[in-house]
Design a protein around this ligand. Structure first.
Ligand code: NA7
Length: 549
């Protein structure tokens, strides 16, 4: 146990130099990563307090509760692996968990491991500053209270800050405006309503078929068509779940050996080398497996242009076979980016929705939005009367949520200024100039390119080791070296070089946010490689970190 008090913090104005921080660690965010951070850091002997802006645990899964919201990673893999008892006890009911099920799972975990008492809900952190003299972080909460900790861990999530497009006239709209990632907790009834959805990324693609079933008429405003593969979601049979539970350890072990933290392996041959019927069979099988697995049908889909073209053409044929109107089908076929260069979407009846009489696809490429009016949307091609508007327009991904707590490091440097040219981190975990600050799923870590729960567990385990290394030698400050950070940034850029992700305007590159520097943010080297690199650095005395007594 460390010599710091375990007071709850908040509203403390006593800044005497000899006054210890309120707790050892403040964790911001109570999603998958934050909850595990609380649990594991407490197990490792630290006093921990968590601030969460929402009224409950869940992180992105608390907020992202639009109709049809569902994870695109299988539930048995998108779950904690640290507790074999939890694995054995928990009954997943579907192959892909819907938002309420994930929320219930995290709520169960919070109860089971007694985490709620350490979390202060409805408490957005509005600023955070490193006190160089006292070597602690002081965070301020929206209500004006503050708390201090030796270490600050931001588990604020890479997809947390909604991107609201600045559409002319949007404030004049008379109806309700919803953002998919800030959906009301009460059910929204679209019965008899004319609804517009802007955006056809994952959130749009999942919500469109569900909203279409309820509303009077749905207008889908599409700027860019995306690749979506039917998730092939289904109820989890007791036999399938029992089989997974019997082999959970082996399944988890496999996830540690792959780039994406998935238990599935790529085929090593290429579709280019196959006869047409064999190739078709393979793609058919991948389509039937469903969802993002499609990209794993052949390992070279992400490296070989011709393989990728063949897979994209197969998907295009599928879209043509599902959508009745050939002109609509062509509009729904992506034409400006390779398959997988943006994250593949996983849907349930997305393309089928366009066969409904009450669904209209509006092509914003041909007829961009001119303005939102009080009664709807006027494009350059016509006017669409709407009662409600749904913005499925995504996130200020990967950097937005860290900047939203306004960290100020040594010398008062703000993270915003430090990252003005794009994010720079060491291992995606630490930032030079920001001692004792740590990011989970930060830019420069595999995060969104891998199973987020696996990466969260790996990073928290590793971080706990680093913090123990620091405090066990009586030190009070740890900071990434500039040289180590520069080398890591080069490594992250090298890993991205040649990947398919650089060939699309995607949020991995910040391309979706006007004015955001175009830098490829996640580490594309793979979770397996990243884990090894982190372990080697730890074994080498946490190379690249300066530890100061
Ligand atoms: P995404 O994938 O960023 O999708 C956002 C969508 O919104 C996309 O189709 C955008 O078109 C569209 N968009 C954004 N701004 C506008 C404006 N101003 N006008 C018209 N259309 C616009 O966000 P999601 O929430 O769907 O998914 C994010 C991740 O969550 C997803 O990858 C999964 O990992 C889970 P664009 O492509 O920019 O032309």
């Amino acid at each position: 146990m460390l010599p710091y008090s375990d007071s709850a913090g908040g509203g403390l104005a006593d800044d005497r130099l000899d006054r210890p921080p309120d707790v050892d660690v403040i964790v911001v965010g109570a999603g998958f990563a934050g909850l595990y951070a609380i649990l594991h850091l407490v197990e490792c002997g630290f006093t921990v307090r968590c601030f969460e802006s929402a009224s409950d645990v869940g992180g992105v899964w608390y907020w992202n509760r639009y109709p049809g919201a569902r994870c695109d990673v299988e539930s048995v893999d998108y779950s904690y692996s640290f507790s074999p008892e939890l694995e054995q006890d928990y009954e997943w009911t579907e192959r892909y968990a819907a938002q309420p099920d994930i929320q219930a799972y995290l709520s169960h975990a919070a109860e089971r491991f007694d985490l709620r008492s350490r979390i202060q809900f409805d408490s957005p952190v509005t600023s955070s500053r490193f006190d160089e003299e006292r070597r602690l972080w002081r965070v301020t909460i929206a209500d004006g209270a503050s708390a201090s900790a030796r270490f600050l861990v931001l588990a604020t999530g890479p997809l947390s800050v909604p991107l609201v497009p600045s559409l002319p006239g949007i404030d004049s709209f008379a109806g309700a405006v919803y953002h998919t990632s800030r959906w009301p907790s009460e059910p929204v009834d679209f019965t008899g309503r004319r609804v517009g959805v802007i955006g056809t990324g994952s959130s749009g693609i999942q919500s469109i078929p569900v909203i279409a079933e309820q509303c009077e008429h749905l207008y889908v405003f599409q700027r860019t068509a995306n690749f979506s593969i039917p998730a092939q979601n289904r109820p989890m049979t007791p036999e399938a779940l029992a089989d997974i539970k019997a082999n959970y350890r082996a399944r988890r072990a496999l996830t540690l050996l792959t780039k994406g933290g998935s238990p599935y392996q790529y085929r090593t041959d290429s579709p280019v080398a196959l006869a047409e019927d064999e190739r078709r069979q393979a793609f058919e099988a991948a389509w039937e497996r469903g969802g993002t697995h499609f990209l794993k049908s052949f390992g070279d889909l992400v490296t070989n242009e011709e393989s990728n073209r063949l897979a994209a053409e197969f998907v295009a044929e599928k879209i043509r076979s599902i959508v009745d109107d050939p002109a609509i089908a062509e509009l729904l076929i992506p034409s400006d980016h390779p398959l997988g260069s943006k994250r593949i979407c996983a849907d349930t009846n997305y393309y089928q929705a366009f066969n409904r009489q009450n669904v209209t696809l509006v092509d914003l490429r041909r007829t961009p939005i001119a303005e939102v009016t009080p009664s709807g949307i006027r494009t350059e091609g016509g006017e669409y009367g709407l009662d409600d508007l749904v913005l499925a327009t995504g996130f200020d991904a990967m950097t937005g949520s860290f900047q939203a707590v306004y960290p100020r490091g040594a010398g008062g440097l703000s993270l915003r200024d430090a990252w003005r040219g794009g994010p720079r981190t060491y291992l995606g975990v630490a930032v030079a100039g920001f001692p004792n600050l740590f990011l989970l799923s930060g830019p420069g870590s595999p995060s969104v390119l891998a199973n987020m729960v696996r990466t969260a567990e790996q990073q928290v385990d590793w971080l706990a080791g680093l913090l123990r290394h620091v405090v066990d030698q009586g030190a009070t400050l740890v900071e990434a070296d500039v040289a180590a950070q520069d080398a890591w940034v080069r490594h992250v850029n090298d890993a991205a070089e040649g990947t398919i992700h650089l060939r699309a305007n995607n949020w991995y590159l910040g391309a979706n946010v006007p004015g955001k520097p175009r830098v490829f943010m996640p580490y594309a080297g793979g979770l397996d490689v990243y884990r090894r690199e982190c372990d080697e650095i730890a074994a080498d005395g946490y190379r690249g970190f300066a530890v100061v007594d």
